[in-house]
Design a protein around this ligand. Sequence first.
Ligand code: FAD
Length: 437
Amino acid sequence: MISTTAIVIGAGHAGLAMSRRLSERSIDHMVIERGQVANSWRTQRWPSLRLLTPNWQTRLPGHDYAGDDPDGYMPAGEVADTLTEYARLVSAPVRTGLTVHALRAGPHGFQLQAGEDRLRARAVVVATGACTLPALPSAAGAVPPPVTTLTPLAYRDPGQLPDGGVLVVGASATGVQLAAEIHRSGRPVTLAAGEHVRLPRTYRGRDIFWWLQATGLLTERYDQIDDLTRARHLPSPQLTGTPQRATTDLNSLTAQGVRVTGRLGRITGGVAQFSGGLANVCALADLKMNRFLTRADQWASASGLDGDLPPPRRFRATRVDPRTPLELDLTSGEITTILWATGFRPDHSFIDIPAFDRTGRIRHDGGVVTTAPGLYLLGLPVLRTRASTYIQGAAPDTHTLAGHLHSFLDSGASARRRVPGSDQLGQAGSPRDNGTF
Ligand SMILES: Cc1cc2nc3c(=O)[nH]c(=O)nc-3n(C[C@H](O)[C@H](O)[C@H](O)COP(=O)(O)OP(=O)(O)OC[C@H]3O[C@@H](n4cnc5c(N)ncnc54)[C@H](O)[C@@H]3O)c2cc1C
């Protein structure tokens, strides 16, 4: 049995940031990683992926972006290299190639089974990623045999797809990026769009993430958000990180020749059925984008920045083709591939601790698993603020959670106190107008 004070599971950006925080506090720990450092970026991302957040926001505790392109968007391979270098810089004690198969409560904290090893620790930080498994709709089980299906975790480039039409299901960041890339390869692309978040790449001369940060939206705390469950399951914004800083939205995709349909409902008898509500979800996305741009304009005026920025503007409403098909026969040969860009979910199946709610998600209060003192979560969407969804959120999140963990160790098992705020999980959100996004 290997014994240590704290174990961090996962050597992505979140786990490495926590390692740095624990080292700062001289807390003896190890980081266990099933693959190599930055494994997700090396094995689960397609090569052409670039971050949708600008380089200046790719910062970690004790490490700011120092390259010559702060406004650029980092390719996935460079993210992996950056994290590998960060692990070296902070001397993270990573054990690679070791998968945690089981995490249980033990007499003096937690017990882990990792490969052949049994480990014991008083505190455990689960940083195994938010995007480890694909989130598939039930329709995925009804695809007729001639059609090839794959998820973004397995997608590499259009060359791996059979010839013929491609149905991309989901029009968030992943869906719009891959629809554009596959369309450029010459394959006809149909994009099924449900609820989505539309944002321009730049606004009044600044990157949209500059505005999201400046207006305070990214720093909104989890315990101040009206509908936290909805915020945590919000689709990623329709953004791509191209050197041209191009906006990728449904208008630009249809202009390129991508056919946009409504949300995929079910597949029955080999026929895919799409929602007739495309115009509604587009109108809602336009409304929410404009509402945010108004908030940005008000912030700029209040900050006395109007004179330094180009004037406010608004973007064309999303154009919806009235001839949008409501059905597609998947046995006709028109569609040879379906790409499920329907989101991701974490894999916490190795956690054998009664901390899950009835939907299978771990109950936590801003990353603190209150039913299992000493257990923490990291790297999940809107964990503590909206920025938690992104790399930049790891610095403040690990600052707070490492402090909580330290107090827990100091006070034994008495750290059952909550960090401020409540985290009751409710029903998943449905498309409706309830404030910004
Ligand atoms: C398509 C896509 C685009 C993204 N774009 C952006 C972006 O533009 N900007 C941005 O800031 N963020 C972006 N994100 C990333 C997002 O920030 C991270 O996915 C998320 O925050 C989680 O990071 P993490 O370090 O917690 O997890 P990961 O980076 O996934 O790291 C988790 C690590 O845990 C390991 N692991 C998992 N299970 C086990 C186990 N049982 N035992 C041992 N090790 C295990 C994995 O191998 C992995 O190395 C994107 C994500 C995706 C999927």
